[in-house]
Design a protein. Sequence first.
Length: 213
Amino acid sequence: SKNIVVLISGRGSNFKAVYERSVQENWPEKYGVRISGVISNRPEAGGLTFAKENNIPFKVIDHKEYPTREAFEEELIKACEDFDADLIVLAGFMRVLTSLFVNAFEGRILNIHPALLPMFPGLHTHERALEAGIRIHGVTVHFVSAVLDGGAIVGQAAVPVLAGDTPDELAARVLKQEHILYPRAVRLVAEGRVRLENGRTIMDRGASQELAI
Ligand code: GAR
């Protein structure tokens, strides 16, 4: 069967959404796909509580304990290999990954980013969307490349920006869509129905329809 390893840094609501979908839809039986482990770079990440409560194997790799990015990533690679990772799912993982990690799992890393890429890569996307005055905002799931938030897009979902929105209100509207989109994208990639070839995302029409929200 195929193993998913989820990387988190905080609250872990996307991790929870993917896990709960995998239980509801019985991914292990139906698709031969399961979450084999969770890794957090922060010992206090809220998502770890959920992992404990649900007996999901987890590991903390605190980046502050490593002298360099390389040393941290070497440890991260080892931990992913220990969990027998076929697919790495970044879910609110707030460390930039270098080509060292990206090359170790080429075409097998997904990220969720709270904006409609290629608009607003990086941080503070909701503030920046409001500042720019755009009326449509959203979320993107993409394969991870060595370019920050620059890998091939797998799926997107849009939300309206409403008059008077605060960044938090807009973030909450986007997050609801994240929780729908990410489980679908993760399952389709784990199944091999969506994949990365020569830097581009390949999928059939059925998969693209499943991703259309
Ligand atoms: C989510 O909105 C995710 O899209 C974003 O952080 C939040 C994590 O929430 N990711 C990034 O900003 C990546 N740079 P969660 O921990 O509840 O899933």
